[in-house]
Design a protein around this ligand. Structure first.
Ligand code: ADP
Length: 471
């Protein structure tokens, strides 16, 4: 089967979060299973671009509103990632240093999608599946079905995967002329609450919709940032498929980012050595348990609760835990987390920013990882953490609920709590301290977690079964 993945991110080319990890891994495993999976993404101005060689695959042009754009599709020569990687170059629009957060993101991602559809329309044959990811690619099924020049592709099956339903790509109706000439009778497919809503449009037009965990699929019917009714209406074509993790990238035995590699046999020593380095680098106390947070500092992740929860844990629990935070996001939370470095010297530290290497070192050296998320479509951090023998302390939501079993339940290995509240977090920190004090139990749990199979093989097969069901 020939599958085209369309995404704004793909690891290691350009990554802002879990979307990149999935799009960098799923196609690789589909290729290994005997399919022709390809990825097409914007040509962001990233290191990967300059470190690899590229062929020009296609050149074209299109109108978007009053503007006329030329685009070029380039293909990575060496198949470095284990699948064909194509990037869309639109001079001045996509060749930027960041993936998102520009004032003209609407124009950038609409143009990206038009270029992809235009390129596909020039193919001599049709692919078997167009798999679009998140709102940045979610207008593509609509364009293939309703834009006059592209309707010959209307019958190609499409799948939309929602990695994060909070972001929907809303744009005003004044921008409807951005889309290539389309059948205006179909305006209702673009509309949600008097806006053009690309994610809602993708849910309406794609042949199948998936979310990155089964629990998140159920939750979207109740909390979907305004799209609840739509998910209720369309639930027959929606399914949750849990993400896997790329065991080749995330393997403590071979990870080149960490100082001391280890496996399940020498996990205690391995983790101790990695923890020692972290504690040295960040001035933390090696004799205390170490809890880390890695991720975007946004409301969705309940990062706003971290300062108060850490503060309360220190005062109520007599400084029994060390904390290390890595992330960026809300400037107010960033400032609070930075200023706390002066208050809790020797047992708290933070690094504001994005740092792939440090993230790996933290998974390896930490004893616990905290994820108090209000919304968590899948969550990869907890799965990476478990593979590195780090115990997840998570709120029972979305993919966290699907991947972590509480210590108190049969076969359990993690710590779960119900509410995104300071009280629940502090109580869970207390449970973590108790677990740390029981060295034998912690050793058993580490081994149990490291042997859990969260690999991509079985998830990749579920996607193939889904594609087959709509051929
Ligand atoms: P998201 O909602 O952000 O996509 P996920 O748990 O699905 O959350 O994926 C997060 C991914 O991004 C993980 O690979 C995690 O290690 C990485 N990550 C998040 N923030 C940072 C950061 N500040 N530095 C390094 N890696 C980060």
């Amino acid at each position: 089967m020939e599958i085209i993945h369309v995404s704004a991110e793909c690891y290691p080319v350009a990554k802002a979060g879990g979307l990149a990890d999935v799009v960098g891994a799923l196609p690789k495993y589909q290729v290994r299973a005997g399919h022709f999976a390809k990825v097409v993404m914007p040509m962001h101005r990233m290191k990967f671009l300059y470190e690899h060689e590229w062929d020009v695959d296609h050149k074209g042009s299109f109108h978007m509103g009053d503007h006329y754009f030329d685009y070029t599709i380039i293909k990575e020569k060496e198949n470095t990632l284990g699948f064909d990687l194509y990037c869309v170059d639109i001079y001045g629009l996509l060749d930027r240093e960041k993936i998102y957060s520009y004032d003209d993101d609407t124009e950038r991602f609409t143009a990206f999608q038009i270029a992809v559809v235009d390129w596909l329309s020039h193919w001599e044959h049709q692919p078997d599946m167009i798999h679009v990811h998140d709102h940045h690619a979610a207008l593509i099924p609509f364009m293939m079905q309703n834009c006059i020049d592209y309707r010959h592709m209307a019958s190609i099956p499409t799948v939309l995967t929602i990695h994060n339903g909070q972001y929907q790509g809303w744009m005003g109706w004044d921008k409807s002329n951005y889309l290539p000439a389309w059948d205006s009778w179909q305006w209702g497919k673009l509309d949600w609450d008097k806006m053009i809503n690309p994610l809602a449009c993708g849910v309406k037009c794609a042949h199948r919709v998936t979310t990155v965990s089964p629990s998140y699929m159920e939750e979207l019917i109740y909390h979907a940032n305004g799209l609840e009714r739509l998910f209720e209406l369309e639930k027959a074509k929606c399914t949750g498929i849990l993400n896997g993790i790329d065991n080749e990238v995330w393997d403590p035995a071979t990870d080149t980012y960490i100082m001391d590699n280890f496996s399940v046999e020498d996990v205690a020593d391995g983790k101790h050595l990695n923890k020692k380095k972290l504690c040295h680098d960040f001035d933390l106390d090696i004799d205390k348990p170490l809890m880390v947070y890695i991720g975007r500092l946004v409301e969705e992740k309940a990062a706003d609760l971290l300062p108060q929860a850490i503060n309360d844990a220190f005062y109520q629990a007599d400084n029994k835990m060390n904390f290390l935070i890595l992330g960026s996001g809300d400037p107010r939370v960033e400032a609070q987390l930075e200023s706390m470095r002066n208050s809790f010297v020797g047992f708290y530290n933070s690094q504001i920013g994005y740092n792939e290497k440090l993230a790996h070192q933290m998974y390896a050296g930490a004893d616990f990882i905290l994820m108090p998320s209000r919304v968590e479509p899948c969550g990869l951090n907890q799965m990476y953490a478990m593979r590195y023998g780090t115990v997840p302390v998570v709120r029972s939501v979305g993919g966290l609920k699907d991947t972590v079993i509480d210590l108190g339940d049969e076969g359990g290995y993690g710590i779960r709590f119900n509410h995104a509240s300071v009280w629940d977090i502090v109580y869970s920190i207390h449970r973590a301290e108790q677990l740390y004090a029981d060295a034998d139990k912690l050793a058993d749990i580490r081994k149990l977690m490291m042997e859990i199979d969260n690999s991509w093989e079985s998830s990749a097969e579920k996607y193939i079964n889904l594609y087959e069901s709509i051929q």
